[in-house]
Design a protein around this ligand. Structure first.
Ligand SMILES: Cc1ncc(C[n+]2csc(CCOP(=O)(O)OP(=O)(O)O)c2C)c(N)n1
Ligand SMILES: [Mg+2]
Length: 287
C-alpha cells in the first residue's frame, strides 16, 4: 500500500469512527465497543478491497459482506453511508420505529446489506451458504464473514468452520474480531477461546493475524489470504474493544453504552471534536 492509499484509508476510518460516535450519542445508547473495533477493517474493505458499486448494490458479481456479529451494525452503516449507499442523514434514524437502519442489519431494509444478522453464530452459516451458491454459479466474488470473539461461544461457528475447511472454500474469508471482550466481560473469563489462530489452524484453515487498528496490516493480511489456493482462510484481528477513543477503550462495560452521564457525553464530545479537526486537516492535505 502506498502512502496516499494509507492516508485515504485512515481518513475514511476517522469518518466512520466519527459517524459511529455521533449516531450512537444521538440515539442515546448502542453497541459502541464492537462497532469501534472494526472501523479500520471496514475502511480497508470498503475503501480498497471490495469489488462493489454503491450505486448498484445488487450488482451480481459484487463481493459480499456478512456481519455475523450483527450488533456492530452502526459500524457497518457508517461506512455504507460514507460510500454513498444511502443518505448519511439516515444514520440519525438508527433503531427508530420505521427506520431503514435497525440496530441489527436487515437485508430487506438497508442498501448494501446482503444478509440479515444479529443472532450470533448464524451469520457464519449464511456466509458459507452464500459462498457455496457463488461457487456453484462459477462466480469469482468473495464473501467476507466478520465474527466476534465472544460469538465463538456459539457451536454453530465451529460447524461452519469445519464445512469451510472441508470444502476448501478460500473465497469465504473469515475475519475474527479478537477484541478480547464480549457482552459482560473478558472473553477469557467467560468462555476462554484460548489461542484463536491456533484453533483455526487445527480446524484446517490458513490463518493470518493483523493489528485491528492498522489499515496497512489488515490490507496485507487480506492480500495474503487471497493468494491461498485450495484451503479455507481466516484473519484474526488483534483488536481493542472501543478502539480509537481512549475513554471507551478504558471503560470496562463498553459493549453497549448509555450516553446518560455528563462524563460519558463530555468524553464523546471531546472525541468528536478531535476527529472533526483531524478530518478537516487531513482532507485537504496531500501526501
Ligand atoms: C444467539 C445470541 N445470543 C446472545 C446474543 C446477545 N449478544 C449480543 S452481542 C453479545 C456479545 C458478543 O460478543 P463478541 O462476539 O465478542 O462481540 P464484540 O466484542 O465484537 O462486540 C451477546 C451475547 C445474541 N445477539 N445472539
Ligand atoms: Mg468481542
Amino acid at each position: 500500500m502506498n502512502q496516499e492509499q494509507k492516508h485515504d484509508l485512515e481518513l475514511l476510518a476517522a469518518k466512520i469512527r466519527l459517524d459511529v460516535l455521533k449516531m450512537l450519542q444521538h440515539r442515546g445508547y448502542g453497541h459502541l465497543g464492537g462497532s469501534l473495533s472494526i472501523v479500520e477493517l471496514m475502511s480497508v474493505l470498503y475503501g480498497k478491497q471490495l469489488h462493489i458499486d454503491p450505486k448498484n448494490p445488487q450488482m451480481p458479481d459484487r463481493d459480499r459482506v456478512v456481519l455475523s456479529k450483527g450488533h456492530a451494525g452502526p459500524g457497518w452503516y457508517s461506512v455504507l453511508a460514507e460510500k454513498g449507499y444511502f443518505d448519511p442523514s439516515w444514520l440519525y434514524t438508527l433503531n427508530e420505529g420505521g427506520t431503514r437502519l435497525p440496530s441489527h442489519p436487515d437485508r430487506l431494509k438497508t442498501p448494501g446489506v446482503d444478509m440479515t444478522t444479529g443472532s450470533l453464530g448464524q451469520g457464519t452459516s449464511s456466509a458459507a451458504g452464500i459462498a457455496t451458491g457463488l461457487k456453484l454459479k462459477g462466480s469469482k466474488a468473495y464473501v467476507y464473514c466478520i465474527v466476534g470473539d465472544g460469538e465463538l461461544n456459539e457451536g454453530q461457528c465451529w460447524e461452519t468452520f469445519q464445512y469451510l475447511a472441508h470444502y476448501r472454500m478460500n473465497h469465504c474469508i473469515v475475519i475474527i474480531d479478537d477484541n478480547k471482550k464480549q457482552l459482560d466481560g473478558y472473553t477469557k473469563d467467560i468462555m476462554n477461546p484460548f489461542d484463536i489462530a491456533e484453533k483455526m489452524k487445527a480446524f484446517g484453515f490458513h490463518v493470518e493475524t493483523a493489528k485491528g487498528n492498522s489499515v496497512e496490516a489488515i490490507d496485507e493480511a487480506i492480500e495474503k489470504v487471497k493468494q491461498v489456493q485450495d484451503q479455507a482462510v481466516c484473519i484474526v484481528l488483534d483488536s481493542i474493544k472501543g478502539a480509537g477513543v481512549p475513554y471507551f477503550e478504558n471503560m470496562m462495560a463498553n459493549h453497549s453504552v448509555k450516553f446518560n452521564t455528563d462524563e460519558i457525553n463530555a468524553a464523546t464530545d471531546q472525541a468528536i471534536q478531535a476527529l472533526e479537526a483531524y478530518i478537516q486537516k487531513e482532507a485537504t492535505s496531500h501526501v
